[in-house]
Design a protein around this ligand. Structure first.
Ligand code: PRP
Ligand code: URA
Length: 210
């Protein structure tokens, strides 16, 4: 089956991703780059959202403008690393609601373990799941499955780096969910890390590296 993935191919993203991947980039700069890439990605992730006409009066004339119904959007960071994306996304869609899902990978089995979930009630919302890394795909797959079981219906997934293994799992389990990424990398190593990747995203965002 052909992989279904939108790789947002843009010189600004490529250049910022290169600095982000660099192991010498410090958490402060890492977070700033993450914010910038998140906003560039969101441009593509939201491209097909509907707009309504709205009148606007400029200093010269009245004209037709547009408004986005962002109240129908729920942004859902997968904790912990997904929080690194949240502020930048909310800057662009400030009326969106926010849900939180806490998942962490068991270091040995690589299976996701759920430890938190708090979602807004609107089951018809367009859910934008955000998590920097799509590695085995277990976390993304589990998050979408969990939300579907609770009655949520519309999803799109945004990440920084995806591995082919993770894309394949999400495509197989949730073929209708579009995946947007800044980079599609080569493979997973024996510890389930994306190669070349950028290491542990949560540790790099929050400065918890040993
Ligand atoms: C990272 C990342 C994803 C997950 C991806 O989180 O933020 O949620 O790994 O891996 P997967 O596709 O194989 O499931 P991690 O479990 O390291 O937790 P953290 O965000 O708390 O550091
Ligand atoms: N989680 C990360 O933070 N990085 C990877 O490469 C894989 C999973």
């Amino acid at each position: 089956m052909k992989m279904q993935i939108h790789v947002v191919d843009h010189p600004l993203i490529k250049e910022k991703m290169t600095r982000l991947r660099d192991k010498n980039t410090q958490p402060k700069d890492f977070r700033q780059l993450l914010d910038q890439i998140a906003q560039l990605l969101l441009f593509e992730v939201t491209r097909d959202l509907p707009v309504r006409h709205k009148k606007v009066t400029t200093p010269l004339a009245e004209t037709t403008g547009y408004e986005l119904d962002v109240s129908g959007i729920t942004v859902v960071p997968i904790l912990r690393a997904g929080l690194g994306f949240l502020d930048a996304v909310m800057d662009l869609v400030p009326e969106a609601k926010v849900g939180h899902i806490g998942l962490t990978r068991d270091e040995e089995t690589l299976q996701p373990i759920k430890y938190y979930c708090k979602m807004p009630k609107d089951k018809d919302a367009e859910i934008i799941l955000i998590d920097p890394m799509l590695a085995t795909g277990g976390s993304a797959e589990a998050a979408i499955t969990m939300l579907k079981q609770d009655g949520y219906k519309h999803f799109r997934f945004m990440c920084l780096v995806a591995a082919p293994e993770g894309v394949a799992l999400v495509n197989r389990s949730h073929p209708e969910v579009p995946i947007y990424t800044a980079a599609l990398d080569d493979h997973l190593n024996e510890n389930g890390y994306i190669v070349p990747g950028l290491g542990d995203a949560g540790d790099r965002v929050f400065g918890t590296l040993e």
